[in-house]
Design a protein around this ligand. Structure first.
Ligand code: PAF
Length: 284
């Protein structure tokens, strides 16, 4: 595995590979790699000639400084995992390589998708994500980019960004990988004690039950029951539970409102924000 710190050198190397006809798969990460990342990397390896992984804890997407400071950063362990998976290139830049001093990074037109749901809870987060992903896409010029469905809203924002910038990149959204009891894998899970991780499976179980209920009750009734359950769990603080059109992210009140519908939720459990979602319908 070759490790690049310089954006210019990486650009030169990947331009050479692309010009010789190679396809490039790209998996962006903020490190603290887990089996969810591994599944994205393996998928990229199976579909591309070269797989690039980036590890960069992007300061622009943190609205809470303590969250940034406490973000796990086990780089040696991450490098071992990337070598084990057989990743070709790691991009591990410093902040200056990503946000070049003196270069303006203006806000992007995210059609308001950055301001709702997760964006309302974490102001500036999706502008930060869009800016860093745009910069990575320009440097890496991937044929395919791999994102996990766990961050559902992020995948919709990235899809929008690719269209907005007319980039010739295929977005590949990969299924959520879960811990044995059902908690969606996330770098932030590290902050939960083992026993709490098992208990946190109530989130996924409630999503599965919600999906079942939607088919014999109205979406609103099913939602009320699920919200009541989620707010009754000791130590859990429900931030939001919303059903959305999976293309526009607009809230829907009935399954018939859109061809692609997902339920998105965030529950703060033991002071850790846990995101999860489930696809209710996909008739695109
Ligand atoms: O999903 C993440 O880990 C981050 O939001 C991403 C896509 C690497 C951008 O910093």
């Amino acid at each position: 595995m070759i490790i690049f710190k310089s954006a210019d050198l990486l650009y030169a190397e990947l331009s050479r590979r692309k010009n010789s006809g190679q396809s490039i798969g790209f998996v962006p990460t903020m490190g603290a790699l887990h089996l969810g990342h591994q599944s994205l990397l393996e998928r990229s390896k199976s579909e591309n000639d070269t797989t690039v992984c980036s590890i960069f804890v992007n300061p622009k997407q943190f609205d809470d400084e303590m969250d940034l400071i406490n973000y796990p950063n086990p780089i040696a362990k991450d490098i071992d995992m990337l070598r084990h998976v057989g990743v070709d290139i790691l991009f591990h830049p410093t902040v200056d390589q990503v946000y070049v001093p003196g270069v303006e990074h203006e806000d992007l037109d995210l059609a308001g998708m950055d301001l709702i749901h997760e964006g309302e809870q974490r102001p500036g987060n999706f502008q930060g994500v869009a800016k860093v992903v745009k910069r990575f896409f320009e440097v890496i010029q991937p044929t395919r980019a791999y994102f996990g469905q766990k961050d559902f809203q992020q995948t919709v924002v990235v899809d929008h960004l690719i269209k907005l910038e007319s980039m010739d990149i295929e977005l590949v959204v990969c299924p959520i990988v879960r811990e044995p009891h059902g908690l969606a894998m996330s770098s932030r899970n590290e902050r939960l004690e083992d026993v709490k991780r098992d208990k946190a499976a109530f989130i996924y179980k409630s999503l599965l039950k919600f999906k079942e209920r939607c088919y014999f009750k109205s979406l609103q009734e099913a939602k009320e029951t699920t919200v009541k359950y989620l707010t009754s769990i000791e130590g859990a603080d429900l931030e939001y539970f919303v059903c959305v059109d999976g293309v526009t992210l607009n809230e829907v009140t009935q399954l018939e409102d859109a061809a692609y519908v997902a339920a998105l939720t965030v529950v703060k459990y033991d002071d850790v924000r846990l995101l999860d979602n489930i696809i209710l319908k996909d008739e695109r």
